[in-house]
Design a protein around this ligand. Sequence first.
Ligand code: PLP
Length: 383
Amino acid sequence: MTPVPLLDLGPQNRALAAELRAAFDRVLASNMFILGPEMDAFERDCAAALGCRHALGVSSGTDALLLALMALDVGPGDEVLLPAFTFFATAGSVARLGATPVWCDVDSHTFNLDLADAARKAGPRSKVLMPVHLFGQCMDMPAVLALAKAANLRVVEDAAQSMGARFQGRPSMSFGDLGATSFFPSKNLGGFGDSGLVTTSDDALAERARILRVHGMQPKYHHRLLGANFRMDPLQAALLRVKLPHLPSYNCARAGNAAHYRKRLLGLPGVAENRPGHPADAKVLLPVDFSHEGIWNQFTLRIPGGRRDAFKAFLADRKVGCEVYYPITLDRQECFRGVGRGGDTCATSHRLAEEVVSIPVYPELADAQRDAVADAVAAFAAA
Ligand SMILES: *Cc1c(COP(=O)(O)O)cnc(C)c1O
């Protein structure tokens, strides 16, 4: 039996070992360990790749969200509309600023924010709309921007899982007032520790974010704004700059794996696509490939009918890795008890938390490995 981990960082980084060492040596020799030319170069490359005027390297994806919200002066009394079904940091960043998360439901077939629900829940205190491009699937951003305009909201894109994803040809992170992504090792552009990126094409917001990133300091030792230390390390920037040109090929390999799963599995007994009106007796629902623009940070199945634990055990028996992203919606997290509003009308989010499970889709999966995964899923669906 071919063991298949959910993620294996080894092959990707080993292939670049010589270039990574050279980048490390360059930083070591430079004695520039805070900001400086390595950071400038990486930020320039990122801005160009993402179609944004500005990109700022920061300490993590979480801090990227926090800094984006701080640049918009979000604080107590302000509401931020966001999906209940996402990673913690989407809402953690909001709550840490004393603002109020408004829990919006998601769409059962894209896994992304349900804009009709967000429109219903927007109120006079709502200031920001924060769509999340979950699992690498970019939201319908023209629709997001239309709602934002109608409801007078600013837009921060949580693109932690979507670096390189597009909608109608345009990159995620380039639509909203600001974008935020993460280079956590499991993301599509995986770094060597924690770091993240803020993007914007608004010069004034970029300037504000730049100042907030260094304690709100400008000029030196003068603090007009209350900032913090949100800097990325130049070492991280130098290493990531080696990997950035390869991101399109990594994403392409992920898409190839996703296409392979779909081709192998669709049409088999018990397997259907996760579309409205799918057969009621389907045991495994495969994610839809929306116009080939997603970058498959995760390949996420739905296992309906209370059989997800059985599916996980079935895969474990066959040494196939999987993980549930995410088992508890944010409105139901203990730390958010009594925080925010709207959680009682997030039925789809609550159901997805019980049904989803992600299987290996990382770029370097060997043919035998992805066949082993597909075989296991097919056998479960047929049983
Ligand atoms: C990973 C992730 C973050 C946070 O990024 P970190 O770099 O781990 O702080 C935020 N939002 C989403 C949707 C994520 O997946």
